[in-house]
Design a protein around this ligand. Structure first.
Ligand code: MLT
Length: 325
């Protein structure tokens, strides 16, 4: 009797999942972006959400749930109903380095989520204010060596990429800088423009209009090769200052664990259809964004990538002695 009851409960749950997957998406879908609006994660998410929304025939809303380097929004997403209507836009920080940085994290990047698809990667740019005395990374490093702890780097929160890359940069350059946390790159960038902080690493896509508009100056790149189209005359850190230094932020979409596989597949297929639009993807490359192979965008490959990154960052965080919260 007990077995029959258990089997019917399992059967009902399976039927509910099946019917959910068949009718999905019947309403608006939400993607949680765990940073302030106007930053790189938000900009990229909105761009992709709009294109994917057209493919699935429903609006994809961006919900900004900022704070603690993305971990607040990630926790919210991990706890959401796995019904195919709430997703997380995740990145290298809170979904890769997070477990090594936070003593208590209320989600596991691998075990609490289904990986849906990976976005293209974005290299970073070392930025200073328009009136900064630092014309190059060499100038900045020399100033930091002469005044330990006096150069302030703005960043998007502990575990954000702007924090991680600044910490790696300081560790490789053997300098002591002060890191100042914000709820996203956009507010950090405002303070950089206002001169409240001295420097910041931001992703190429959102740094570009500020640099082109003369509101900020780019003094180095984290890509191995120069980006003459986007940042003419700006040298990669790897070129002379820090040989081998390379960084790019990876992003992607995750669903709470238990989201029907069919929904994950449909979302991934919609993304791949959107990515077939060359005019759009060329606009991304024009912002310095790196496209990946189709295989790298797939859910399985993205799940493996996430797991490998969590392991990678344990060593990177320990070796670079990145501050733990
Ligand atoms: C980061 O630095 O991790 C992101 O750029 C944060 C953001 O998108 O605001």
């Amino acid at each position: 009797m007990k077995l029959v009851k258990t089997l019917s409960i399992v059967g009902l749950a399976f039927a509910a999942q099946l019917s959910l997957a068949q009718t999905w998406p019947a309403r608006t879908v939400t993607w949680i972006v765990p940073f302030a609006a106007g930053g790189p994660t938000d900009a990229m998410a909105r761009d992709i959400a709009e294109k994917v929304g057209k493919q699935i025939g429903q609006t994809v809303i961006i919900e900004n749930a900022a704070g603690a380097g993305g971990t607040i929004g990630a926790t919210k997403a991990a706890r959401a109903q796995p019904d195919g209507y709430t997703f997380l836009v995740g990145h290298m920080g809170y979904m890769g380095a997070g477990p090594s940085l936070y003593k208590k994290l209320n989600y596991d990047p691998v075990k609490s989520f289904e990986a849906v698809f990976r976005f293209p990667d974005t290299p970073l740019v070392l930025l200073v204010g328009p009136n900064s005395p630092y014309k190059s990374a060499t100038d900045l490093i020399a100033a930091a060596k002469a005044n330990p702890g006096k150069i302030n780097f703005g960043h998007a929160g502990v575990g954000s990429t702007s924090h991680l890359i600044a910490a790696l940069f300081a560790s490789r350059a053997n300098i002591d800088v002060t890191q100042v946390a914000y709820k996203g790159a956009a507010p950090a960038m405002n303070d950089l423009m206002g001169g409240q902080v001295d420097a910041m690493f931001d992703q190429s896509n959102t740094a570009l209009p500020q640099v082109q508009g003369g509101r900020l100056k780019a003094i180095a790149l984290t890509s191995l090769t120069p980006m003459p189209q986007q940042y003419p005359g700006v040298a990669p850190l790897a070129e002379k200052v820090l040989p081998g230094f390379e960084a790019a932020t990876w992003y992607g979409l995750y669903a709470p664990l238990g989201t029907p596989k069919d929904v994950v597949q449909k979302m991934h297929q919609a993304y791949m259809k959107a990515m077939a639009d060359k005019t759009w993807t060329q606009r991304m490359t024009g912002q310095g964004i790196h496209l990946l192979s189709d295989a790298q965008y797939a859910p399985d490959a993205f799940a493996k990538h996430t797991a490998a990154e969590v392991e990678k960052w344990r060593k990177v965080v320990a070796d670079a002695k990145i501050e733990i919260d």
